[in-house]
Design a protein around this ligand. Structure first.
Ligand code: S6P
Ligand code: ZN
Length: 177
């Protein structure tokens, strides 16, 4: 493992990548964007040494590229854990952005992500990362093997905040509730 560059090595490393074509609908002006479907938004590398079992821990790293879809910064899909008692740590090592956290009732807040900070995410909170910088935002994560993912709720309701560029700076826009 290379901490600062967020790289895992070895045969047991799994990888995935998310392209704009897979998540265009999450962005407010996704369908109007001329960015190609093949645009890579982020990649994830992870290890599951104990399998996806109760009591095991997963360890992974996300590289979220800089960029915007319209005026909205590149972001991860975001999810709740399928088991709501399963918490998670996020540990940014490079780049800058925000971690959005949301309660089931839609209440959402943003935590600034900078290298060296540690974010503890309650298992009941949806979590999404937004890259507001010019460099890749790289963060490690540690979460329980049996946490699972609920992406559908996010695809349906989105988060209570969107992060857009306004006059060259990030601006949080609240969704009407
Ligand atoms: C898993 C953990 C991360 C994310 C990754 C991509 O619980 O939170 O590894 O999977 O940052 O985000 P998303 O929302 O596409 O899974
Ligand atoms: Zn998670």
């Amino acid at each position: 493992m290379v901490w600062d560059s967020g790289r895992l090595q070895g045969e047991s490393v799994s990888t995935s990548r998310k392209t704009l074509g897979q998540v265009r609908g999450l962005y407010l002006h996704g369908s109007a964007s001329t960015l190609d479907d093949d645009t890579v938004l982020y990649t994830v590398e992870w290890l599951a040494p104990g399998g996806l079992t109760e009591g095991s821990l997963l360890w992974g790293c996300t590289h979220l590229n800089p960029g915007r879809v319209g005026d909205e910064y590149f972001m991860t899909h975001g999810h709740y854990h399928a088991i709501s008692s399963r918490a998670e740590y996020y540990l940014p090592v490079s780049g800058s952005g925000v971690l959005l956290r949301m309660e089931r009732d839609g209440r959402t807040w943003a935590e600034e992500m900078i290298a060296g900070k540690v974010h503890y995410i309650d298992g009941r909170h949806a979590h999404r990362v937004v890259n507001t910088g010019l460099e890749p935002l790289i963060f490690w994560a540690c979460w329980p093997g049996d946490a699972g993912y609920d992406y559908a709720s996010i695809a349906e309701t989105g988060f209570g905040l969107r992060v857009v560029e306004h006059d060259g700076k990030p601006l949080w826009i609240e969704k009407a509730r």
